[in-house]
Write a protein that binds this ligand. Structure first.
Ligand SMILES: [Zn+2]
Length: 144
């Protein structure tokens, strides 16, 4: 049976966030659970999971959207103290093409160490001013 309700019943992150599936929890409050990523990009790589189901950032409620960065900051700060990382990346993927594999909103907190590893990196291109103007017009017209 397709439909959002069934999707949530089968959602692994709903089950983990709400404690139906046990996980190593770094932090929990009434809205979020923070766990370790099972395929870490670096030592201590964590995932912030909302306890409510949202497929991605375009669906997340304002309440959760406002809180998630505060939780990310709290976790990042604790990682610097506890793990000795010198920085951390917040990564949040939306859609298959962006690398999202579980369609329950989550934010990665990826500790960074001064080890030269490349985790979130790209080769900068150039921005054509004409193309920028066209894109600016199209995007501003598409804003809700
Ligand atoms: Zn879910």
């Amino acid at each position: 049976m397709p439909g959002p309700e069934n999707e949530m019943e089968n959602c692994i992150f709903c089950k983990i966030a709400n404690g139906e599936i046990p996980s190593t929890t770094l932090y929990e409050d009434d809205m979020f659970r923070v766990i370790f990523d099972l395929g870490p990009a670096s030592k201590g790589h964590a995932l912030i999971l909302p306890k409510e189901h949202f497929a991605d950032v375009t669906e997340i409620s304002e309440e959760y959207a406002a809180k998630v960065l505060l939780v990310a900051a709290k976790i990042g700060k604790a990682m610097k103290k506890a793990l000795g990382c010198t920085g951390f990346n917040l990564v949040q993927n939306n859609g298959l093409s962006a690398g999202q594999t579980v369609f329950h909103f989550h934010m990665h907190v990826i500790p960074r160490y001064d080890d030269g590893s490349k985790i979130v990196a790209w080769d900068p291109g150039t921005l054509d001013p004409e193309e920028a103007k066209k894109m600016q017009k199209k995007i501003s017209e598409a804003l809700d």
